[in-house]
Structure formats: C-alpha cells, structure tokens
Design a protein around this ligand. Structure first.
Ligand code: NAD
Length: 387
C-alpha cells in the first residue's frame, strides 16, 4: 500500500495547490427560507435492480452499528460491496448481508471495473478519508465521506478537486440534515416561530478511553486529524450553521482540559469556542473528550421563543422542546432513526442525477477551515480571528 500511498499523496498535494475555495462558498448550499422538502426516502421503494449500489469502506463500530443495518430501510440504495483489511470479517459480513463483492485496501482500486458499485461510503479514521475518497473518485465512483471531511483544509480541497476532475459527486455524511427533529427545528426557525435568532448554544462531548480502539485513533493526530473539536464539536458548528442563513465572520476559542491528562498528548481534550455572525448572532459551544456520560445538545434562543434540543444529534433519541409562544411543549417530529436511510437515499438521488448532495464537500471544507481558525485562536490565547 505504501507505493500507492505515496503516489496518492503526491496527487493529493498537487491538487491541494489548486485555487482555495472561499469560506463564503457556504452560500451555495444555504437552505431556503422554508427549509427543503425531506430529501431522500420520500419515494416508493425501488426494485433492487434499479437501486444505487454502495460499497462500505471500513467495517468498524459505526459501519457495523449504524450504517450497514440501516440499508434495509433505504428505498433507492442497496449494499453492493465491502472493503476491509480483515478478510474473515468481510466474508462473514458478506454472508450475513448478501454482499458478494469483497475488497481489501490493496484491491481497492479494482472497484473501478465493477459496475455494481455506484457510491462509495468512507467510514475510516479521519486521517485516511482523503486518500480513500480520492482513490474512489478516480475509480469513477461517487463518494459519501464520514465527518469530519479530512485532517486538513488542504486535503479537503484535494478531495473537491478530485470530484470535479472525475465529474463525480462528493458528499459529507452530516446525517443531522436528514434527522426529523432537526428538520422540524429548521422549519420552525425559518418560519419565524422563535422570532429573530439571538444566540445559539451547543455542547457535544463524551469521555474518551485510551483502551477502546475506536477512541484510541481519535486521540492520535495522524488518524484523528484533531481532538474533540474534530470528532464532536463539529456537530455544534455544522448543526448551528444549518439553522442560519449566513456564515461566520469571526471565531475564537480556548482550550479547556486537564493539561496533565495522559490521553491528550497529541490532540486537545476540550475546547470552548465562539462564532460571530455579521448580523450579531453569536454561536457558542463546548466540545470535550473529558466529561461524562455524553452531551449532544443544541439550544436556539430567539426574540420570542426558544428551541431546546437535548439531545439534538444522537442516533436514535433526539427531542425538540418549544419554550415560549404558548406553554412549554415537546414537539413530536418522527423517528430519529430515519436519518440514516434518508441520508443514503438523499446521496443516491444526488449521485444518480449527478447534482450536488445536500451536504457537499464544500460544506465539509468550510467546517474544517472554521476549526483550523479556532485552533489558531486557541493557540493564541483565545484571540479573535476575523475570517
Ligand atoms: P472504528 O475504529 O470503529 O472503525 C474504523 C474502521 O477503520 C475499523 O474497521 C478499522 O479496522 C478500519 N481501519 C482501516 N485502516 C485503519 C488504520 N490504519 N487505523 C485504524 N483503523 C483502520 O471507528 P468509527 O467510530 O467507526 O469511525 C469511523 C468513521 O466514522 C470516522 O470518520 C468517524 O468520525 C465516523 N463516525 C461518524 C459518526 C456519525 O454519527 N456520523 C459516528 C461515529 C463515527
């Protein structure tokens, strides 16, 4: 794999030299005032032979726990291939899910010759996203890549350049955009139900363990890209900006974690951060690998009412409470679980039409640029970074 890696890295770095995209590229994917119709999963189930075929790359905890089991709920998407470095695991899962096309990281590029694969879903550690996304795009496949998009904005730019060069779609798996409670919050916010937005507060965190393999790579810079901000703080950034019709003009951040904690020698444990909008709205959040059991909350404070979502960004049990404009009340919005199949079908639709996904690569790049600016601020004692 090393020759191929070197080759790919050269291609990637060459592509990264391409003209950088402005942060304001966010405008291209700002949602309309009324929100958008539920993307994906709205149509009748398609016959299996007509569905878009997906290869899942990386058979780890999220792929096995959430991604693969949700394919049966999809209506336009089906499993077509698995990519794993562990052949026994791939065979076992292939048998269980009826997936006959099995690849490893050496045979990966041969997916180019397999017309059964339309979309490739990258569910690998962050430090591997750019390489495997670019190789899949060069193999002529559409790519949905897990969040955060990549370790650096230069890698994100290279991924976007590869999608353009190969005329394929690149999406980032921000599943919250497909989650019913968050779509309902978006509809209410855009419909003026909380009045003018004033503040957004968010907290996302959990206690990371050096002993558990999926946490271990998150604590290594080469594989995790960054610390808690990369892994979970990004939910606060991305979900907040989903609800707003503007992009940040300044950010600041300060690290907040025990400096003698042996888990955090390479990446930050916790960070408190702010984004300032030109309109005067402030978004502020915390992200952490050092509190328990977990937080995944968003709070939207408007001039007339507030929306409290606690939790807001979990897999199965998000809630939405309206406070103001009548008695405090919980709003039923559907089953959070629908977000997984809706995301798959949303991307299948975009790939089939070869049009941008609801959460495209440019959105992933915007978020990595914001996090890089927050790290610059935190490295400089919390200085405000104008964008
Ligand atoms: P994980 O460690 O459980 O799975 C990663 C997989 O990659 C494993 O099967 C591992 O064997 C494989 N792998 C291949 N090469 C590797 C290498 N060099 N080092 C380490 N592992 C290697 O991690 P996960 O929690 O499943 O996360 C995978 C991706 O999914 C990450 O990008 C993460 O951010 C994302 N994720 C997203 C969500 C979400 O809600 N959208 C939730 C969890 C994870």
């Amino acid at each position: 794999m090393s020759d191929k890696s070197n080759l790919t890295r050269r291609r990637l770095l060459a592509a990264a030299g391409a003209a950088p995209l402005a942060l304001a590229a966010g405008r291209a994917f700002a949602q309309t005032a009324e929100g958008q119709p539920m993307p994906g999963n709205a149509a009748l189930p398609e016959p299996m032979e007509a569905r878009m075929g997906w290869a899942v790359v990386g058979l780890g905890s999220y792929a096995l726990g959430q991604v693969i089991p949700e394919f049966p709920a999809a209506r336009q998407s089906k499993l077509a291939a698995f990519v794993s470095g562990n052949p026994a695991k791939a065979r076992e899962l292939g048998g269980r899910y009826g997936v006959e096309h099995l690849y490893d990281y050496r045979t990966y590029d041969r997916m180019a010759d397999n017309p059964a694969i339309d979309c490739v879903y990258i569910v690998l550690p962050v430090g591997l996203h750019a390489e495997y996304a670019i190789r899949a795009l060069e193999a002529g496949k559409h790519v949905l890549c897990e969040k955060p998009m990549a370790s650096t904005s230069a890698e994100c730019e290279a991924m976007i350049a590869a999608a353009k060069a190969n005329d394929r779609q690149l999406g980032i798996a921000y599943r919250v955009h497909f989650e019913p409670h968050n779509r309902e919050a978006l509809r209410r916010i855009r419909g003026g139900e909380i009045g003018a937005m004033r503040h957004i507060h968010c907290d996302h965190g959990f206690n990371a363990s050096l002993q558990w393999p999926p946490h271990k790579w998150r604590l290594q810079k080469a594989l995790g890209g960054g610390g808690s901000m990369y892994d979970v703080g990004i939910y606060g950034i991305n979900t907040s900006l989903m609800m707003l019709d503007e992009q940040p003009v300044a950010v600041s951040a300060e690290y907040a974690y025990p400096s003698d904690d042996p888990r955090f020698t390479e990446v930050e444990g916790g960070i408190d951060w702010r984004m300032r909008m030109a309109s005067g709205i402030n978004v502020q959040g915390s992200s952490s690998y050092c509190y328990g059991p977990y937080a995944a909350r968003q709070r939207y404070f408007g001039s007339d009412a507030s929306i409290i979502m606690d939790p807001a960004t979990t897999y199965y049990d998000n809630t939405l409470v309206m406070d103001g404009g009548g008695p405090r009340r919980e709003i039923g919005a559907g089953n959070s679980r629908e977000q997984f199949a809706a995301q798959l079908d949303g991307f299948s639709e975009a790939a089939r039409a070869n049009r941008p996904h609801l959460t495209p690569g440019e959105m992933g790049l915007r978020d990595i640029r914001l996090i890089e600016a927050m790290y610059r601020s935190a490295d400089n004692g919390g200085a405000v970074i104008e964008l």
